[in-house]
Design a protein around this ligand. Structure first.
Ligand code: ATP
Length: 499
């Protein structure tokens, strides 16, 4: 075992609030250490300490046998520690080659040299990408690979990945994992943060559970299972829920007839009933996002009909969708005003207009949401950007849940939310659906769709290829429809056939 990093009794705070209360952990070269913890447990803060963006006030760290206390991310990177953050964003106008070398010690080299070197790095990890292509043309998983290559380009010894795979579909996560394993074979170490317990088990050698500012336990990944991890994380067992039954007898909330959006979506028809959870899924170029963007007026449809509560409507812009009470939580939603307070964030800009009583009632409902959603804060008037990533996502979601929509379209609503809070969130969504709100759910987590949706529509190459009733489907069936392959059961392993 070749020890790369040892952190001992690390303490860190934000102002007066103690977040890390004595974290100790070690990491060997060539090792992937998974890290899990509930929202607000301190994972990102700890990674900030290792990557130089946050300073600890007690404890010490050794890196490659030397004392390590980076005062900035630049210093950490110079020591070989790089971080790919939650919700990383790349300038869409950069070429892949420029994005890979940006900010690295090689950034000033001639363009042709960087281009050639980028092509080599891309080839080494076994993927196909054109170094001259703009980052904005890449799907999220490819952008994540660009970030990983940047770590390779600057010769990082320790790569920290903070929920980078959240909301990536399973097959993209598998490619990312392959690349990470390749990096470890070169002797690099990785800290991998995720809320998905099956994922952490499949990628990590060991798994550290962070609880209340300390490493509660470190387990060998091969000797644990999802149930044990969930129990250690939450200190109780997950309840699970019964499969939802059909709701199509209820009144119609939304109907789409022969809808097209240029070439991206062609002739799609479906309806969603009041109180129904309708799942939508597809691979990258399936047209799912273009379909949704037409329903919420971001990029209007080019032909076909949309009916809301039986009436034909025109949705030419986002104001039309709001007027029709169609709400949309997108994948990339971040608070538009990061300096806003948690209370403002939760009230959706609907400040109480009446007297004191009104204001008190509004505050009560904020406190109730914070409690139910387990948002970690000691001050509801504090700034939104003092919340952890998962807690910010809960605020985004709560804002839409309380916005009085008749149709709510949610893309990856549980992104960044820990498994315990996720259950709570879905129960709250269920309450909304009981009130008659139609919910359209987009998620790359198929098990989530199967757990909660009454029906699931699958898109492929711009068409809606099937609508599956929950009772007749499972994750495998959905994958087969998404990819256009089906499994024929044979003697042993299933056999793949093109449909
Ligand atoms: N800039 C800040 N100012 C004040 N408090 C902060 C700040 N950033 C984070 N915190 C607080 O520190 C605690 C730990 O946050 P951190 O982001 O480290 O949690 P996390 O484990 O990464 O959570 P998540 O799973 O939601 O990403 C949270 O309760 C959060 O409210």
């Amino acid at each position: 075992m070749d020890l790369l990093l040892h952190a001992d009794d690390i303490h860190a705070s934000y102002e007066q609030r103690q977040i890390l209360k004595g974290v100790s952990l070690s990491l060997n070269r060539g090792e992937i250490l998974g890290m899990i913890g509930t929202n607000g447990a301190g994972k990102t803060t700890l990674m900030g300490v290792l990557a130089g963006s946050h300073q600890h006030h007690a404890g010490h760290i050794m890196l490659a046998g030397e004392k390590y206390r980076p005062e900035s991310t630049e210093e950490a990177r110079a020591c070989g520690v790089g971080l790919i953050p939650q919700n990383f964003r790349l300038d869409p106008d950069l070429t892949i080659a420029k994005a890979i070398f940006r900010g690295t010690f090689q950034a000033g080299r001639p363009h042709e040299e960087l281009r050639g070197r980028a092509a080599e790095l891309i080839r080494d990890i076994g993927v196909t990408m054109d170094p001259d292509a703009k980052v904005g043309t890449l799907i999220r998983a490819e952008q994540a690979l660009v970030e990983v290559l940047r770590m390779v380009a600057e010769e990082a010894q320790l790569v920290i990945m903070d929920e980078v795979a959240a909301s990536l579909p399973d097959h993209d996560v598998a490619v990312l994992h392959q690349v990470l394993r390749m990096l470890t074979r070169q002797g690099r170490a990785i800290i991998y943060i995720t809320h998905r317990l099956d994922e952490v088990r499949s990628i990590a050698h060991r798994i550290a559970i962070l609880r209340d500012g300390r490493v509660h336990k470190v387990l060998e990944a091969s000797q644990t299972d999802v149930d044990e991890l969930a129990f250690l994380l939450l200190q109780h067992r997950l309840e699970g829920n019964a499969r939802p039954a059909d709701r199509t007898n209820a009144e119609e909330a939304l109907r789409v007839v022969d809808l097209s959006v240029g070439d991206a979506v062609r002739g799609v028809s479906f309806d969603v009933s009041k109180g129904e959870f309708f799942g939508l899924v597809g691979t990258h170029r399936s047209g799912v996002y273009q379909l949704i963007e037409a329903l919420v007026g971001v990029h209007p449809s080019t032909s076909g009909e949309i009916r809301v509560q039986g009436e034909r409507v025109e949705i030419r812009g986002t104001q039309d969708a709001s007027r029709l009470k169609i709400g949309y939580l997108s994948d990339t939603a971040e608070s538009s005003a990061p300096d806003a307070s948690i209370t403002e964030g939760l009230q959706h800009g609907r400040a109480a207009t009446g007297g004191l009583e009104d204001e008190i009632a509004a505050l009560r409902s904020v406190v109730e949401v914070v409690r139910r959603m387990r948002i970690n804060t000691t001050n509801i008037h504090g700034a939104l950007n003092t919340l952890s990533g998962g807690d910010r996502q809960k605020v985004q979601l709560a804002k839409w849940m309380t916005a009085g929509c008749d149709v709510l379209i949610l893309s990856h609503p549980s992104r960044g939310i820990d498994i315990g809070a996720k259950e709570v969130v879905y129960r709250m969504l269920n309450e909304l659906s009981e009130l008659g709100v139609a919910i359209i759910l987009l998620s790359s987590d198929l098990s989530e769709l199967v757990s909660w949706c009454h029906r699931i529509g699958v898109m492929r190459d711009g068409e809606l290829v099937t609508i599956e009733a929950n009772a007749n489907t499972n994750e495998d069936v959905l994958v087969h429809h998404m990819l256009g392959v089906k499994f024929e059961s044979g003697t042993g392993d299933a056999r793949r056939v093109r449909t």
